[in-house]
Design a protein around this ligand. Sequence first.
Ligand code: GLY
Length: 131
Amino acid sequence: MPHQSFESEILEVNQALLDAIAGGDWDAYSELCAADLTAFEAESRGQLVEGMEFHRFYFDLPAGQGPVNTTMTMPHVRQLGADAAVICYVRLTQRLGPGGDPVTGRFEETRIWHRIEGRWQHVHFHRSTAT
Ligand code: GLY
């Protein structure tokens, strides 16, 4: 198997996380996250949330209909030593809106990854709704 660059490894694990979110796949999402994940996101209304229960609420809601496609645009990966990285990008999410027409959501995201015992764990993120 060819050697995978650090950057492509982070892009791959981050895309897997975004696909788990888009697919409402709690098992895949929680497998990729540290139990003490911290986050700022619009849903937390300016508060830092810690742990997985806050995020689980959204996975437990009824799934939306139709396909979802998630794209990281212009991702930037910065290696922070051998076992940590920060990635930032704008996330575009294509799905069907309430009227059945395609709509595109847009979010600014920064996510931190930490390799713990050989496994990449998502440890922090900050997601902003684009202004
Ligand atoms: N709201 C979950 C996440 O963006 O990771």
